[in-house]
Design a binder for this molecule. Structure first.
Ligand SMILES: Cc1cc2nc3c(=O)[nH]c(=O)nc-3n(C[C@H](O)[C@H](O)[C@H](O)COP(=O)(O)OP(=O)(O)OC[C@H]3O[C@@H](n4cnc5c(N)ncnc54)[C@H](O)[C@@H]3O)c2cc1C
Length: 490
């Protein structure tokens, strides 16, 4: 018996590995970088602990369900704090809206902005909750090999209510008119997916997650969540090897036989690739064994890449919340420039995360840990000059909002953008969040979990089912592991 090789140590790779190891399989995870966690890596410097990727902990039930599989609970690994306010939206200099954790308070806030909207919000969120419950219980755990999986009567009946075939933007506007309320509801699909007009209304389930379940924070940062996944994997016998770049997958008689890591061949019983799908197919597999060719990827709609600045600031900044969305420019223009025109934005929206508001451990005393993120189109040329220009754009707007210039107080600054995603993760066109959540990139239309030509090669992660984001990546890992177990025991 040889090992099962998992390529990549992000959430999906670690989840696949642990589920397989729990079934007594010999599993080795190969990670090209020094640090595990993939896009959710942590970066520590000068007393600051930066989460390099995810900062919004939504859908805590998905994490809990995963931990329960291994006899654990979330509290075994970290304290989960519900943020109140969940987040803040900045519309102008003295004009912002804090989204309260309590749903009834949020209804009151809606009512103040648009008369009659409190009841509408209750109805909107009831429908979103229904979608969440059905979607997260049944649909999302399906491998989506074929339409037949969805042909059960109970699921078909639910499918209509899930609103796969109507647009998110239209759905929101059937309930609300005020642009602020619309922005508040549209931001999750825009930041993580696609233009709201191209996104199925199904995704209002994210509004249920963000506004009713709430926005959480794992104390210590997302690095604690990766540590939890690492601990579970190791408890079950997974071996994790870092600085191991997989360069090729050998195939013989329709079976993956070897992977090559740092020039060394390793015999395998099966491979699960959690690295970016395009990279695995185009760079690690010979052409005859690929599911898709280059033109397939070229036609896909990708979720945004981003420009990020990690900042260490040597003073406290009172006016910021933990999550701050700067929506003080035209959302539609920015969305068009990300998804349609594919150019650097004229007047970008951006996001400022300040976890040191909640967590003293991520910055030295009296300091703030900041993360500025601006969504951009994939594939853009990101010279240091362009990055720096946009840093000035963001910091100018921040200065105006704060009423103080924090530039002299920045003691640490690091930028990260398209070419870093390519170099660090082999990300196609430097994508940050995988594929956009459009209808024709949902479920059976996603890149397949199983290789059609190589029986023991499976894919997992944000580019296959069910989609982008930490909770879907965790679920993706579980689906891939279960499919591989079926391959071993048909
Ligand atoms: C800036 C940013 C902010 C985000 N914010 C949020 C958020 O707030 N909430 C949320 O839920 N989600 C968020 N996401 C999305 C979420 O982080 C991802 O969807 C998820 O972490 C993806 O996990 P994965 O396992 O699919 O892939 P990855 O984390 O990318 O893991 C793949 C791994 O494969 C490795 N690899 C690649 N090629 C090779 C090779 N040849 N050999 C060996 N290893 C290889 C890579 O180094 C990487 O470690 C964010 C993402 C980014 C980038």
């Amino acid at each position: 018996m040889a090992e099962i090789a998992i390529i990549g140590s992000g959430f999906s790779g670690l989840a696949t590995a642990a589920v397989l190891a729990k079934e007594k399989k010999e599993v080795v995870v190969y990670e090209k970088n020094k640090i595990i966690g993939g896009r959710a890596r942590t970066y520590e410097t000068n007393g600051f602990v930066f989460d390099m990727g995810p900062s919004w902990y939504w859908m805590p039930d998905v994490f809990e369900k995963y931990y329960n599989l291994f006899g654990h609970t979330t509290a075994d690994f970290y304290e989960l704090k519900k943020l109140d306010p969940g987040f803040k939206i900045v519309f102008g200099i003295n004009d912002s809206m804090e989204v309260p954790a309590d749903f009834e308070q949020l209804c009151e806030l809606f009512e103040q902005i648009e008369k009659g909207s409190a009841d509408k919000l209750r109805k909107f969120i009831d429908q979103a909750e229904y979608k969440y419950n059905v979607g997260m219980k049944d649909f999302i755990y399906m491998p989506a090999h074929s339409i037949k999986e969805f042909m059960r009567f109970d699921l078909l009946k639910d499918a209509l209510k899930l609103q796969l075939f109507s647009a998110f933007s239209k759905h929101v506007r059937q309930f609300f008119k005020h642009p602020r309320l619309i922005s508040l509801l549209e931001f999750p699909v825009l930041f993580l997916g696609a233009m709201p007009k191209d996104t199925p209304a199904l995704y209002s389930l994210m509004n249920y997650a963000g506004l009713k379940q709430g926005t959480f924070y794992p104390m210590g940062g997302f690095g604690k969540v990766i540590e939890a996944f690492e601990k579970i994997a190791k408890e079950n016998g997974v071996v994790i090897k870092t600085e191991q770049n997989i360069e090729h997958i050998d195939v013989e008689n329709s079976l993956a036989t070897y992977v090559h890591s740092n020039g060394k061949p390793i015999a395998v019983d099966a491979v699960v690739a959690s690295a970016d799908y395009h990279h695995v197919e185009q760079k690690l597999l010979d052409e005859a064994y690929r599911n898709y060719d280059e033109s397939y990827w070229d036609k896909k709609v990708f979720a945004p890449s981003c420009l990020i600045y990690y900042l260490g600031v040597n003073k406290k900044i009172d006016k910021l919340s933990h999550h701050n969305l700067f929506f003080d420019e035209d959302l539609n223009l920015h969305a068009e420039e990300i998804y349609k025109d594919k150019k650097w934005p004229t007047a970008p929206l951006f996001y400022v995360c300040c976890p040191s508001k909640t967590d003293d451990s991520v910055a030295p005393e009296g300091h703030e840990n900041l993360f500025l993120l601006m969504p951009i189109a994939t594939g853009l040329n990101d010279t240091s000059e362009i990055r720096e220009n946009y840093f000035e754009v963001m910091i100018e707007r921040l200065t105006k909002y704060l009423g103080e210039d924090i530039r002299p107080n920045i003691i640490y600054k690091k930028d990260y953008s398209v070419s870093n995603f390519v170099n660090d993760y082999n990300a196609y066109k430097g994508n940050a969040y995988g594929l956009a959540n459009t209808l024709f990139q949902t479920a059976i239309f996603k890149p397949r979990l199983r290789n059609q030509n190589v029986k023991n090669l499976f894919y997992t992660g944000q580019l296959t089912v069910p989609g982008p984001g930490v909770p879907p990546s965790i679920i993706s890992g579980q689906i891939a592991a279960n499919e591989l177990l079926k391959y071993f025991k048909p």
